[in-house]
Design a protein around this ligand. Structure first.
Ligand SMILES: *Cc1c(COP(=O)(O)O)cnc(C)c1O
Length: 366
């Protein structure tokens, strides 16, 4: 069937993968102004500028790179994913770039904007027939039947990013901070899904002996915070996170606690509040995980202020708001989840204006 020498195909595919998105990286690093903060500079690394609007672009690009270099993906290999999220959209994009068919097996109730995003990138989707946990199994079965490749970011992304070479998100951040008032940040803050991003940043900090510390923010129902505090790496919660992209019911293999300095639990209502604050006050149209990131940043900035420390704090805009208009951006959806962001919005507004933190210690909102 193959018209092209496999090595020639692979070399060409790797060139295309590397060239895609080269125009947009490094992604922008922008200051976030909070009037009350003197001598502490917050920066947002805007990963929503990446093709398909999500930082998953970096992970999926590395996975394609590794799969092509290792011969798992060659001419005509169909590609599958077991998610309706950003990995499916980016997977569809790279499959199309390489002329390969792409199918996402998605959970029932996957919101329409996510399905639209997969289609816009040239992919197909089908609803998994079995419960959400079995979507992965269904994608595997399909891949076996069609001699295909499954994009399994939880199993593979962290290794792929470490192996694939090229500038990482951490290289970009430190390059962009050169010449800023506090070029070596006090903290970098990110959430963890696969754990690849925090592992990449944490390793960079150690390899370059930077004084910067790495904080991971963790939403409700995620195993990472309890696993980190108890040093128990097989901790499971059995509950999915409500903040797309971050928080997992179990500790994924890419999570690397040894390079993380602090894990901060963040209530989901606070994540939504911070996302809304970014939209309405800062004009940053980010998704809910970025709200979680910002809440963690406020916590750390308040600690710095209390200790009289000046410096910079960096976090990521992990994805754009666009896929969440019927969910996290909808007041009805938020209410139906039993979440009340209003008190947290007031806390954040006060923090930005006066620098006062922590917010009130109301036990019912812990
Ligand atoms: C996946 C994701 C993260 C976390 O990245 P990992 O490298 O998978 O840990 C953060 N924010 C958003 C929006 C994500 O989709």
């Amino acid at each position: 069937m193959s018209a092209v020498d496999p090595r020639v195909w692979a070399a060409d595919a790797l060139r295309r993968i590397q060239a895609d998105g080269a125009r947009i990286t490094p992604t922008p690093l922008r200051p976030l102004h909070m009037p009350a903060l003197d001598g502490i500079d917050i920066y947002l690394k805007d990963e929503s500028a990446l093709p398909s609007g999500s930082m998953k672009y970096r992970l999926v690009r590395a996975m394609f790179c590794k799969a092509v270099a290792g011969g798992e993906v060659s001419e005509n290999t169909p590609v599958f994913a077991a998610t309706g999220g950003a990995v499916a959209a980016v997977g569809a994009r790279f499959a199309k770039l390489l002329g390969l068919p792409f199918t996402a097996v998605v959970p029932t109730k996957t919101p329409t904007p996510l399905l639209d995003r997969i289609e816009r990138e040239g992919g197909r989707w089908q609803v998994g027939e079995r419960p959400p946990a079995a979507v992965q199994e269904e994608a595997r079965t399909l891949a076996e039947r069609h001699r295909g490749y499954v994009l399994d970011h939880f199993a593979d992304a962290e290794r792929a990013v470490a192996d694939c070479g090229g500038p990482t998100i951490a290289d970009e951040i430190f390059g962009q901070m050169r010449g800023q008032p506090h070029p070596v940040p006090e903290w970098i803050v990110t959430g963890a899904g696969t754990g690849a991003t925090s592992a990449t940043i944490g390793r960079h900090l150690r390899r370059h002996s930077h004084a910067t510390r790495l904080a991971v923010v963790d939403p409700e129902h995620s195993a990472y915070f309890p696993a980190w505090t108890s040093e128990c790496d097989d901790y499971t919660t059995g509950m999915p996170s409500r903040i797309p992209g971050i928080g997992r019911p179990r500790v994924e293999p890419g999570f690397t606690p040894d390079v993380i300095d602090l894990v901060i639990p963040v209530p989901d209502a606070a994540s939504i509040a911070a996302m809304r604050w970014l939209h309405t006050v800062a004009d940053v149209k980010a998704g809910p995980a970025t709200g979680t990131h910002l809440w963690g940043v406020c916590h750390l900035v308040a600690r710095m202020r209390a200790a009289g420390i000046q410096g910079s704090v960096i976090t990521l805009v992990g994805d754009s708001a666009e896929p969440y208009r019927t969910t996290h951006l909808s007041a009805e959806w938020v209410h139906a989840q039993g979440l009340d962001p209003a008190p947290y919005e007031a806390d954040l507004e006060r923090f930005a204006r006066t620098g006062k933190w922590p917010p009130g210690h109301d036990a019912s909102r812990a």
